[in-house]
Design a protein around this ligand. Structure first.
Ligand code: ASN
Length: 575
């Protein structure tokens, strides 16, 4: 296996590679490549150019640099530049394991968002990074940023467009530049980092999108007619009308707080309604760096009433590029509106009812599907899902994780999905004593007495593991014990196990039915002189008159064993 990963660095410009000139910082062709080649962390002198030293994880990274001409300050970048980057990733997709895009910080969040939509079925790591101080400066943040991005790109498979800055790898379409001068220039207010680099590289696999099952392709943005407008107190209706004039076809409206706008201003709302009536897709996102738009306030509901779509917790950058991308595809307006509210690349958080699987389950299922595909097995993700869902359901039930159960049921899993031993989620939840999960499964229509491969039922599991509340919950739903309950009760009577006897009786065992010699639990407790067990059995309705195969009564047994107190108890019961 190769221990060298190949990374393509697409260098578009930005402060990172700038040179100090008499007119201020300016991009300089070839300069960055020379600098990197001269720096030991980026170049092992014993190796061909642009090969890093061996990392502590035993790998080298070999990188090539694709330098753009001209190199751009990112404030000069636009839609065509986004498409060019996407096309370069496409052109070199098979030749490299991962891609790094060196980019100016000013509009990096826009490019990252745009790329996340354009790169469809992305199966390789794409990381945008740059710096606030040029690499050539002594105190530059570029060394850490590029080295961190190279390390992640060269070691991990994170099939997403990401942004790496200040020791954190974030999902690109969740980022915003929030600091014009600080070195921690980017925030991802609504999504925690995917990777944190400290002494260790900590990858949060649960947060990372599932790898694709379909081939990679570029679906470019070609549509320019989108705009963004930040509301401010007192904004005029005229201004809204002007922004919404043709050729505008999409508008990202940055509203106050949780998606609010003046609802007592008919002129303002009429101007918006005129836009949506004309077919302009208007998406509501918050001006805040964290949180989502809702229709909880009347001022938020007013926007929805004039046809403005809720953009959940998308950043304005993500909403704008997504809108441009969807409009580029010539989809009907209703479809654009629907997809704007749908999570396509992890750019927005959907409510629980809309979520299919947690990332953990999706990543797991997709990874298995991919591994099988790589091994040459022609199985679809659906087939893998069908095979794995029962196991995942059982495992969630065994952990008492009702949230996961709920999610899987919502995505089509069966409540009685049995594993290879015929054990259902209810068996597992009952065995582990998870009352909440048991009640949840029963409420969702789980079969009460499904036999597993050995004929065992959830109630038997709960009894065996002595989970009394679960036993009661199952009984309330009519669960019944199997034929061997009386033998089990006899065993407990011999042992004088009061808790066990009580539990088994609560589970529905008949206190008077005997073993193959018709010896009842009372006979056995009497023979052993377990007075407390005898009292318990009698209190629970055991028949003191029962005769065994040899016509012996429980009292006869007590007398034969010399257990006077037990005989006395049974004598009283007979009268
Ligand atoms: N103006 C620069 C750019 O965006 C800022 C930077 O890269 N730090 O290209």
């Amino acid at each position: 296996m190769s221990t060298t990963n190949r990374v393509l660095i697409i260098y578009t410009g930005g402060t990172i590679g700038m040179k100090d000139t008499p007119r201020g910082y300016a991009p300089a062709p070839g300069f960055l490549s020379e600098l990197l080649a001269a720096m030991p962390p980026f170049h092992d002198r014993t190796m061909p150019a642009h090969t890093t030293p061996i990392s502590r994880y035993g790998r080298r990274v070999r990188y090539d640099i694709l330098e753009y001409a001209p190199l751009l300050d990112s404030s000069n970048m636009g839609l065509d530049d986004w498409v060019k980057i996407a096309r370069d990733v496409e052109r070199h997709y098979d030749a490299y394991d991962a891609f790094i895009v060196l980019h100016g910080t000013d509009t990096m969040a826009y490019t990252a968002s745009a790329l996340s939509f354009m790169l469809e079925n992305l199966g390789k790591t794409v990381i945008l990074t740059g710096s606030q101080i040029p690499l050539a400066e002594a105190r530059s943040d570029a060394i850490g940023n590029v080295l961190g991005a190279l390390t992640i790109a060269g070691h991990y498979e994170i099939p997403e467009v990401c942004l790496y800055f200040d020791n954190r790898l974030m999902r690109g379409n969740r980022t915003q530049k929030t600091d014009a001068s600080g070195l921690a220039a980017f925030a991802s207010g609504n999504a925690p980092p995917l990777v944190e680099v400290g002494i260790e590289v900590k990858v949060e696999w649960d947060r990372i999108l599932a790898p694709p099952t379909r081939p990679f392709r570029v679906n470019p943005i070609t549509h320019q007619a989108v705009a963004a407008l930040r509301l401010f107190p007192g904004i005029s209706a005229e201004m809204i009308t002007n922004v919404l004039r043709p050729p505008t076809e999409g508008l990202v409206l940055e509203s106050f707080g949780a998606g609010n706008a003046p609802d007592h201003r008919a002129d303002f709302l009429d101007a918006l309604r005129a836009g949506t009536d004309r077919g302009v897709v208007i998406v509501n996102v918050t001006q805040c760096q964290r949180g989502a738009v809702t229709t909880d306030y009347a001022t938020g509901a007013a926007l929805a009433e004039v046809g403005v779509i809720g953009g959940a917790d998308m950043t304005p950058e993500a909403a704008l590029t997504k809108l441009a991308w969807l409009l580029s595809q010539g989809l009907p307006r209703a479809e654009v509106a629907r997809l704007m509210q749908t999570n396509l690349r992890g750019e927005l958080t959907t409510t629980a009812t809309q979520t299919r699987f947690s990332f953990r389950e999706r990543v797991f299922i997709a990874s298995v599907a991919r591994a099988l595909a790589e091994a040459g097995e022609s199985v679809s993700r659906v087939e893998v899902e069908r095979a794995l869902l029962p196991v995942l359901m059982c495992s969630a039930a065994g952990l008492g994780d009702t949230t996961a159960l709920e999610r899987m049921l919502a995505s089509g899993a069966e409540v009685d999905a049995a594993d290879y031993d015929g054990r259902t989620p209810l068996h597992l939840a009952a065995s582990e004593g998870h009352l909440g999960a048991v009640e949840f499964l029963l409420a969702r229509g789980a079969k009460v007495d499904p036999p597993d491969r050995w004929g065992g039922t959830p109630l038997q599991d709960a009894v065996r593991q002595r989970h009394h509340p679960v036993v009661m919950a199952l009984r309330r739903q009519g669960a019944t014990l199997g034929a061997d309950a009386s033998i089990q009760l006899c065993g407990l009577a011999v042992a004088g196990d009061l808790t066990g006897i009580g539990l088994l009786l609560d589970a529905g065992a008949d206190p008077s039915s005997g073993d193959y010699d018709r010896r009842t639990p009372l006979h056995l407790a009497a023979a052993e002189g377990h007075s407390a067990a005898i009292a318990l059995l009698l209190a629970r309705g055991a028949d003191p008159r029962a005769r065994d195969r040899w016509q012996q009564s429980p009292r006869d047994e007590a007398l034969r064993g010399g257990h006077a107190a037990a005989a006395e108890l049974l004598g009283v019961a007979l009268t």
